[in-house]
Design a protein around this ligand. Structure first.
Ligand code: 0O2
Ligand code: 0O2
Length: 227
């Protein structure tokens, strides 16, 4: 079946853009109120067309059922500093009224065989179009910086080896996943100290003041040019 991907992906592009703004907004609100933000940073992407086709073939999905069968065409990723932050974010997501959660996959308590750890929340998100409201699925992956480091490296290796890792590499990846897990645990134990230090080093409002300064320099430059 022929599918006009450009048209088909439009609502997913919109969903990812909107959700990035909304999720980054959570971080901004925490920081503005002088509070620790459980969100470190947020990224988002629409799955590339070749990956959609490849995944559909691999899983035996029909391309005309992509919107129901493939739930991660729109993907958001929330990175956090501490494992405990993940629970706070999941709670925040559960309380929102601008989408509904359809599934939660806890690969932290139940890590994948590869060693992958992350918390996945599948949401049903309404997108306003000129033809009315349509609903798309989006996958929000929540993970610590250590989990993200491991997953990013493993993902690139996976790309090279197509999942067929040599035994030695597989064993090393399992070991590094274990080390990342230990790193998260150790960081959690000194969480209070780290958070206190971060508030001294990067007090809320510092970035805002810095940006205002930059804007003033720009404005000065512009007014000088005009003179
Ligand atoms: P800030 O002030 O840096 O926190 P866009 O939608 O254009 O903003 P784009 O092109 O979609 O962003 O890129 P992406 O990869 O989705 O997200 C970029 C944001 O994630 C930027 O934040 C980056 O600073 C942040 N980011 C990406 N990788 C890292 C990382 O390894 N560590 C940290 N701390 N941040 C990272 P913003 O929005 O510019 O805001
Ligand atoms: P990409 O390039 O990230 O978009 P499943 O049937 O369980 O294998 P499903 O049903 O799609 O897969 O859901 P799952 O596993 O909850 O989420 C799939 C996504 O999680 C993947 O997307 C990855 O982003 C991430 N992921 C899952 N397992 C691993 C893993 O072992 N290593 C890494 N690095 N990431 C993983 P895609 O479509 O694979 O790719």
């Amino acid at each position: 079946m022929d599918i006009d991907f450009d048209l088909f992906l439009d609502p997913y592009v919109q969903a990812v853009s909107e959700l990035k703004v909304k999720l980054r907004g959570i971080r901004k609100q925490y920081r503005k109120q002088g509070l620790y933000s459980p969100i470190e940073f947020v990224t988002g992407r629409v799955k590339p067309i070749d990956s959609i086709i490849k995944k559909a073939e691999l899983r035996g999905f029909s391309l005309d059922k992509l919107e129901t069968d493939m739930q991660d065409i729109a993907g958001l990723r929330i990175m956090v500093q501490f494992v405990e932050d993940i629970d706070d974010i999941v709670e925040l997501l559960r309380n929102r009224t601008d989408f509904t959660i359809v599934q939660e996959r806890d690969y932290i308590t139940n890590k994948k065989q590869s060693g992958y750890r992350s918390y996945h929340v599948i949401i049903n998100y309404p997108v306003e179009t000129i033809d009315g409201e349509i609903h798309v699925f989006a996958e929000i992956q929540i993970r610590t910086l250590a989990m993200n480091f491991w997953a990013t490296i493993e993902h690139s290796l996976n790309y090279k080896y197509q999942g067929d890792f040599p035994d030695e590499l597989k064993a090393r990846l399992e070991r590094t996943a274990e080390i990342a897990y230990m790193l998260d645990n150790e960081m959690s134990k000194i969480k209070d100290d780290i958070q206190e230090a971060q508030l001294i080093f990067d007090p809320p409002g510092r970035k805002q003041r810095h940006q205002e300064k930059l804007r003033n320099v720009d404005a000065d430059g512009l007014s000088r040019k005009k003179e």
